[in-house]
Design a protein around this ligand. Sequence first.
Ligand code: G6P
Length: 369
Amino acid sequence: EQIEKGGYDHFMLKEIYEQPSVIKDTYRGRLHANKGIIQMAGVEDNLEKFTNARRILIVACGTSWHAGLVAEYIIEEFARISVEVEYASEFRYRNPIINSDDVVIAISQSGETADTLAAIKLAKEKGAFVFGVCNVVGSSISRETHAGAYTHAGPEIGVASTKAFTTQITVLTMIALRLAKAKGTMSNSDYQRYLLELELIPEKVEEALLSNDVAKTIAGIYKGAPNCLYLGRGYNFPVALEGALKLKEISYIHAEGYPAAEMKHGPIALIDEHMPVVVIAPKQNHYDKVVSNIQEIKARSGKIIAVVTKGDTQVRALADHVIEVPDTSEALTPLLTTIPLQLLSYHIAVMRECNVDQPRNLAKSVTVE
Ligand code: G6P
């Protein structure tokens, strides 16, 4: 097992550090940035189904559901197709409205999650075209779907998903860009810029991993916190949910992710000097709004841990701690802002002497309801 961990103390840490190379594996042979081409066989073969889709329904569970939420923002923005993201377990039991011109995307690392599999069967019965985004080759979901795209993240052993999440987002971003091109919903210059930026993501993830030492120091300060709040807006709202989930899963600290603007409708009541608040605040569209959210937290003595764009000064002046990630195009920021949050929960869990790779009560693959 020590050999399999490749010198890392835990599989989770190894998998976090594998992200630059597996993201590259995910787009290799599919993304040709210089030629302005994205080619994924499963999408090309069914391009009309996608471009004619009245709606895209995404079904998934857990971390894969969070990747689906990121995809909702990206697909709607790039390809102007309406997207709904559903927990597979809810979807399957509520007599959902599914039309034959809907495209269903099922996201699953293992390809074995019982609820996701059942949702796929239901969607197929109702005549929808079902596309799978799976990691495990030959898995039940990859066989049950009409077509799909593998994430090529390699085996993920740590129960808490890390590299599966970022590679799912990579695949879904490529799908969104391909559809945008086919539908003409994005300018050529934006399209080209996104392709080039996506190609640079692995090296930027590498740079984001340099936040490990800062994440470890922050972990040492907050390892005893009973609660933690994660806030983000837009593309980074799902990252807040995923950051909170990672912390819950492996450190058993109660954590909640919230859209930053919703804070005033509840979570703000919880903020006092004992509450660490992780704010994802890259320098993008909603930056000023997030800055005012940070001021609101500060006014209530909350402890602010901010994930910011490299070189940021405004948030740095307000926050108790900042973790920098490189700059990129707005829609791609989740691929970078996620990294320090994975590291933060990892270090907190290690310091709390939790079983990082096999947290209590959780399973890597949930094959029963
Ligand atoms: C379990 C795992 C999670 C995972 C979820 C969905 O809860 O512990 O890490 O996100 O199942 O799994 P899937 O294989 O369908 O992505």
